[in-house]
Design a protein around this ligand. Structure first.
Ligand code: CP
Length: 353
């Protein structure tokens, strides 16, 4: 090495070290994580499955949102923490996913933990040889402290939990439930509108097969004076069992519509969803409704002032790309909120919050 390159290297390393010590000092000036849960709340969360939203109380949501807010600060200021450094998450996915799988992975990695991923369980695991869900879970829990899973059949997460000694986090069971999506959706609304109580929220699109809307409608019953609008073609209407569940709760109203125009001037949140081709028994039925609702910029500009546009994603045609720059379009931030909420959930169910 000649002197010039040696000196350059030295200066570079010294500069790097100075920056490192500066960051370290900055990080060390405040605690990495301030525990927020009471002893009683810690006990309540530890070891808990997340299969549906049914068992979540308003108190649970307040706790999760407060932890997620702290995770936001941690991710912005430090990137990661070592809260779960001795723990391992397994992601067991029998169906494709971008957001749910990757945000669970990112959440655990940012908590300092380790992750094992089976991204296509039908092809990549002994499921292909006929192994049951229960036996797959009995195997994976030998290696893991918590398991996040997605499966095409309704009720599969409950089957997994029946054999599990570690928390099962349901990342979607067919047309059944998607509880962590509902939690992150409610958290996103709270972050962007400051509260969920008193809002008018319109769920639009495939409400028959859309597990995100099933879980969100149920979870919104935990808030006060929410008005729920269901906008869909008759063939994709919200299932009766969800409407019956919602109707049993005070302080929430629900109405059905067939046109987006009917809810534009009253909605605080318009929650668009994809028509789920993969759930239709007859592809001809999908063709009839696939473009039933398309939200474009012109329509957004006619909506209530301050309206927020959400979507669990992926989108196909139901939100045109010109909406992406609309000030109320929050569907990309919804994904980041998802990671923060999943960090909070993992920390809580592993007893680290
Ligand atoms: N929102 C959601 O569930 O997206 P993925 O299917 O990509 O996980």
């Amino acid at each position: 090495m000649d002197f010039k390159s040696f000196a350059g290297t030295t200066i570079g390393v010294c500069g790097g070290l100075a920056l490192y010590h500066f960051l370290l000092k900055d990080d060390a000036s405040e605690p990495a994580y301030v525990p927020l849960l009471s002893e009683r709340a810690c006990k309540k969360w530890k070891g808990r499955h997340c299969l549906t939203v049914d068992n979540f109380t308003r108190e649970d949501l307040n706790e999760l949102f407060a932890i997620a807010d702290q995770m936001d600060h941690i991710v912005k200021t430090r990137g990661t923490i070592d809260l779960c450094k001795d723990l391992l998450l397994t992601c067991l996915f029998y169906e494709p996913s971008t957001r749910t799988r990757c945000s669970f992975q990112s959440a655990m990695l940012r908590l300092g933990g380790k992750v094992v991923v089976i991204a296509d369980a039908k092809a990549q695991s002994s499921v292909k040889k006929g192994e049951t869900i229960q036996d797959t879970i009995r195997s994976l829990q030998c290696y893991s402290d918590v398991i996040a899973m997605r499966h095409p059949e309704k009720g599969s997460a409950a089957q997994a939990a029946s054999a599990a000694s570690v928390p099962i986090l349901n990342g979607g069971d067919g047309p059944g439930a998607h509880p962590t999506q509902a939690l992150l959706d409610a958290y996103t609304i709270y972050r962007h509108l400051g509260e969920v109580d008193g809002l008018t929220i319109s769920l639009v699109g495939d409400l028959k097969y859309g597990r995100t809307t099933h879980s969100l409608a149920k979870l919104l019953t935990r808030f006060k004076n929410v008005k729920l609008n269901y906008v869909s073609p008759p063939s994709l209407a919200m299932p009766d069992y969800i409407m019956e569940y919602v109707s049993k709760h005070d302080g929430i109203t629900q109405k059905e519509f067939q046109s987006l125009d009917d809810v534009l001037d009253t909605s605080d949140v318009i929650y668009m969803t994809r028509v789920q081709k993969e759930r239709f028994p007859d592809p001809k039925d999908y063709e009839k409704v696939k473009n039933a609702f398309v939200l474009d910029l012109e329509t957004c500009q006619k909506a209530k002032k301050g309206v927020k546009i959400m979507h669990p994603l992926p989108r196909i045609t139901e939100i045109t790309t010109d909406v992406d720059d609309f000030e109320g379009a929050i569907y990309f931030d919804e994904m980041r909120c998802g990671m923060l909420l999943r960090m909070a959930l993992i920390a809580a169910v592993t007893g680290k919050a």
